[in-house]
Design a protein around this ligand. Structure first.
Ligand code: COA
Length: 213
């Protein structure tokens, strides 16, 4: 959705409340997963996930209060350099998937991109989290990353992806390397590996099944 007219700030605020932050609001359909916009209604469950010390460590996050989580949600939706989706496990969707229905019953994680390299705005850092243990090991994390990267190529013109992963996070390292990411650098201070991949070297599938939320 475009933000235009005499009061763009007000329009952006309205869009932020509706969950799109003025960046457009889409869903992306996969075989096992559906990516949907991160809405305010998703925040309480997201906040519950982020009480788990293992998830905080794996995602290099700090514990937040629920009020802080709502603030972070708002800042993410307003930030034009970030795009976040909630990952739905299709097997957990009650009834049929319907755009506009937040489907909190099926939310299992999130995937996001962040265009945070000032030297290259077509480079995006990508993060994935499948928080619900019952939905791990089903190929959902892998599919969610691939859907998000294809979306980022199509909607943001991204040509390179980067992932920063703790050296102890063997599952995530294996996942990104399996997709074709190569080690680019290592930080001894943060004990973290930076991996990168050009978009055209990744097994991205087009056309995407994508729709307006
Ligand atoms: C890492 C994570 C995203 C994997 O999600 P998932 O949906 O369970 O993974 P998938 O079922 O799609 O597995 C895809 C590949 O990842 C790797 N993988 C996933 N879980 C693994 C595990 N426990 N041990 C080793 N490799 C693993 C494998 O290569 C697997 O492919 P294979 O089954 O053909 O061997 C999930 O465990 C998670 O969110 N962990 C906590 C948060 C985190 O570490 N985020 C990454 C920060 S960028």
């Amino acid at each position: 959705m475009e933000v235009s007219g005499a009061a763009p700030a007000a329009a952006a605020a309205v869009e932020a409340e509706s969950g799109s932050g003025g960046k457009g609001s889409w869903y992306v359909l996969g075989e096992r997963a559906v990516l949907v916009p991160y809405l305010r209604e998703h925040v309480p469950r997201y906040h519950e996930w982020m009480q788990d010390p293992a998830l905080l460590e794996a995602t290099a996050s700090e514990p937040l209060s629920l009020a802080q989580e709502f603030d972070v949600h708002r800042s993410w939706t307003l930030d034009p350099l970030k795009h976040t989706f909630i990952v739905l496990d299709k097997e957990l969707i009650e009834g049929r998937f319907s755009p506009g229905n937040r489907h909190t019953e099926a939310m299992v994680g999130d995937v996001n991109i962040y265009m945070n390299d000032p030297d290259d705005m077509q480079l995006a850092e990508i993060e994935i989290m499948i928080a619900e243990h019952k939905s791990r090991g089903k190929g959902i994390g892998q599919e969610a990353i691939l859907l998000m990267m294809a979306f980022a190529v199509e909607k943001y013109g991204i040509h390179t992806f980067r992932a920063k992963i703790s050296e102890s996070n063997t599952a995530s390292l294996k996942l990104f390397r399996k997709l074709g990411f190569k080690d680019a650098s290592y930080s001894a201070v943060f004990k973290e590996v930076t991996l990168e991949a050009p978009a055209d070297a990744l097994p991205l599938r087009f056309p995407l099944t994508i729709g307006d939320w």
